[in-house]
Write a protein that binds this ligand. Structure first.
Ligand code: SF4
Ligand code: SF3
Length: 531
C-alpha cells in the first residue's frame, strides 16, 4: 500500500471488484476522507481496548462507538472535518476513561496493518469490521428512539478490540458469526423501537404521483427524523414524500396518520443524480445512500445525523434532541413544487407500490397463508432482498422476480426492491405476491416470518420451500448476511458480485458450511430452487 493512496474495499462497487486505491473511491469518497475514516476506526479500537483495560464502559463511549462506526458506512459521510471531529471526541473520551480508572490509554490502531495482513485474517477482520459498521447504523436508529441493549454495546467493544489483539482464524471465525448473532439482537431492538414509537406497520398502497404544490423529499432510514419533519410541516401546505429506504415508513400508523405524507418520490438511490436534477423541492438525507450532489441541485440537499457532505446544510439536534427543519420547509415553499401533478413511475412503469407487510402484519394473516400452502395455492416462498446499486448485473433481480411462478410469494426487504416493487404480480387468495416487509433492518421481520412458517409446518427453516436471493452493496447487508448464516440458513444466492474482502479460503468455508453461492442466470437459478 502506498502511503498517499487510500485503500477501501468495503462495498460492492469497489474499483475493479478489488479495492478503491486512487485519489477517490467509486462512491466519490476522497482519499483524505478515507484516511480520516481509517483514523477514526483506529481511535475506536483504542477506546475499546482502553475500556477493556479499565474494566468498564461509559454511555458516552457507547454512543461514540455507534456514531463512529456508522459514520464510516458507504455513502454516509464525505466531510473530513465532521469525521475528524468524532475522532477527537473518541480520543478525549478514551483519555478521560483511562484517567478515571487509573490505567494507561491504549494507542489507536493504525488500520493499514489490518489492510496489509495475511489475506484470510484481513478477510475475517473485514467481515467483522464491516459487519459492526452496518450493525451500528441499526443501533443508532434504536438509540435515537431511546432504546439500547447492553449486549449489543458490549459486543462493539469486544469486536473492535479484537481487530488489534486477535490474529488467528480459530478466534476470528467464530467472532464473525457472533456479529450475526448480536446483529439479530440489534435488529430486534430497532424493531421494538420503531414499532413501539410508531405502531405495527399495516399493508399500505403508496402512490408514485407527485401532487401539485410545495413538497419535501425525505431519504434514508431514520423514522424519527421523518416524524419531526411531519410534525413541523403540519398546516404549512408542504407535502412530504419518502425516497429510497424511507418508503416503508408509509406502513407505520403513527406516521401514516399525517395527511401530508403523500407518496414516494423516485426509484433507487443510485438514480438520485438524475432524478433530483430538476426537482422543485428540497431533499433531506437522514442516512445513506447520499451520492455527491450535482451543482444543479446541490443548493436543495440537506443532511442530518451522521450524514455530511462539504457545503451542504447540516441540520443538528438541539439539547433536547429536537431538530429545526424550518429552513427546509421555507425552501420548499419558495420552490413551490410542481404546478401540475407529476405521474412518476417505478422502473417497470408501475404507478404505485405497496409496503407495510411487516412480520406483525404478515403473522396477522398467518392462518390464511398456511391454508394457502396446505391447499397448494402457494408452493414456494422467496426472500429477494438487499441493497440496490449501479452494476448492470443487478437486472438479475428484476428478471428473477418477474419469472417467479404464479403459485409463489416474494418477500422483500431493503432498497433492492425498487428493481421490482412496481410490478403487478397479482395476488393469491387476496395475498399479494410481492410482500414488502420493510427496510434492510426488517430482515428481522423476514426471519420472524420464516421461523413462524417453520413452526406451523413443524420443520426447520431450511426444510421449508423457501429460497433466499440476496443483493448487497454496503455494510448493513454484511451484518444481515452474517445473521442469516448465524441462523443456519443454507444455500443463499448472493450477488451481483461477491465481496472483494472475502478471501478464497474464507469463501470456501462459507460454501462448505452454508452452501452460499453467487447468482447466475435468473431462470436457471429459479429452476434449481424449484426443483
Ligand atoms: Fe470504494 Fe466502496 Fe470504499 Fe467508496 S465505500 S471508497 S466505492 S470501496
Ligand atoms: Fe440501501 Fe443504500 Fe443498502 Fe438499507 S439505502 S439497504 S444500499
Amino acid at each position: 500500500m502506498v502511503d498517499n493512496k487510500m485503500f477501501c474495499f468495503q462495498c460492492e462497487q469497489t474499483a475493479a471488484c478489488t479495492a478503491c486505491t486512487g485519489a477517490a473511491g467509486v462512491c466519490g469518497k476522497p482519499f483524505d476522507v478515507a484516511f480520516a475514516q481509517d483514523e477514526l476506526t483506529g481511535a475506536l479500537v483504542g477506546l475499546s481496548r482502553t475500556e477493556l483495560a479499565a474494566g468498564k464502559r461509559s454511555n458516552r463511549a457507547d454512543q461514540l462507538i455507534v456514531d463512529g462506526l456508522f459514520t464510516c458506512i458507504t455513502n454516509v459521510n464525505f466531510d473530513k472535518a465532521a469525521v475528524d471531529a468524532i475522532t477527537a471526541q473518541v480520543r478525549d473520551e478514551k483519555n478521560r476513561l483511562a484517567a478515571e480508572a487509573g490505567v494507561e490509554p491504549v494507542e489507536d490502531l493504525p488500520l493499514g496493518g489490518v489492510w496489509s495482513d495475511n489475506e484470510d485474517i484481513r478477510s475475517l477482520k473485514s467481515l467483522i469490521l464491516f459487519g459492526i459498521r452496518g450493525m451500528a447504523a441499526y443501533a443508532y436508529h434504536a438509540r435515537v428512539l431511546g432504546k439500547t441493549d447492553d449486549a449489543v454495546d458490549a459486543f462493539f467493544v469486544k469486536a473492535l478490540a479484537a481487530l488489534a489483539t486477535e490474529s488467528s482464524v480459530d478466534v476470528l471465525l467464530p467472532l464473525t458469526l457472533e456479529v450475526g448473532e448480536v446483529n439479530l439482537k440489534c435488529m430486534a431492538l430497532l424493531d421494538s423501537a420503531n414499532t413501539g414509537a410508531y405502531g405495527t406497520p399495516v399493508p399500505t398502497e403508496v402512490p408514485l404521483t407527485i401532487e401539485p404544490g410545495p413538497f419535501i423529499v425525505v431519504s434514508g432510514h431514520d423514522l424519527l427524523d421523518l416524524q419531526m419533519i411531519l410534525e413541523q410541516t403540519e398546516g404549512t401546505g408542504v407535502n412530504v414524500y419518502t425516497h429510497g429506504e424511507m418508503l416503508p415508513a408509509h406502513g407505520y400508523p403513527e406516521l401514516k396518520k399525517y395527511p401530508q405524507l403523500k407518496g414516494n418520490f423516485g426509484t433507487a438511490w443510485q438514480n438520485q443524480q438524475k432524478e433530483f436534477k430538476d426537482i422543485p423541492a428540497p431533499v433531506v438525507f437522514t442516512t445513506n445512500c447520499l451520492m455527491p450532489p450535482r451543482p444543479s441541485y446541490k443548493d436543495r440537499v440537506y443532511t442530518t445525523e451522521l450524514v455530511a457532505f462539504p457545503e451542504l446544510v447540516h441540520i443538528d439536534e438541539d439539547a433536547n434532541g429536537k431538530k429545526d427543519f424550518s429552513a427546509v420547509i421555507k425552501q420548499a415553499q419558495e420552490l413551490g413544487g410542481y404546478t401540475e401533478a407529476q405521474e412518476l413511475t417505478g422502473i417497470n412503469g408501475g404507478h404505485k407500490v405497496t409496503t407495510g407487510f411487516s412480520h406483525g402484519a404478515v403473522l396477522g394473516i398467518a392462518d390464511k397463508i398456511i391454508d394457502a400452502v396446505k391447499q397448494g395455492a402457494i408452493k414456494h416462498f422467496f426472500v429477494v432482498g438487499g441493497c440496490d446499486g449501479a452494476r448492470p448485473g443487478r437486472n438479475y433481480y428484476t428478471e428473477f422476480v418477474e419469472q417467479t411462478p404464479a403459485d409463489s410469494v416474494v418477500l422483500t426487504v431493503a432498497c433492492g426492491k425498487f428493481r421490482f416493487n412496481d410490478l403487478d404480480l397479482g395476488t393469491i387468495g387476496g395475498i399479494p405476491r410481492i410482500l414488502d416487509v420493510g427496510q434492510c433492518n426488517d430482515a428481522y421481520g423476514a426471519v420472524q416470518i420464516a421461523t413462524a412458517l417453520a413452526e406451523a409446518f413443524n420443520c426447520g427453516v431450511n426444510d421449508l420451500p423457501l429460497s433466499f436471493v440476496l443483493s448487497w452493496y454496503e455494510q448493513k447487508a454484511v451484518c444481515v448476511l452474517l445473521t442469516l448464516l448465524h441462523l443456519g440458513i443454507k444455500n443463499i444466492k448472493l450477488g451481483p458480485t461477491l465481496p472483494a474482502f472475502v478471501s478464497p479460503n474464507v469463501l470456501n468455508i462459507l460454501v462448505e458450511n452454508y452452501g452460499i453461492g453467487p447468482i447466475g442466470d435468473a431462470s436457471e437459478d429459479l429452476a434449481q430452487m424449484l426443483a
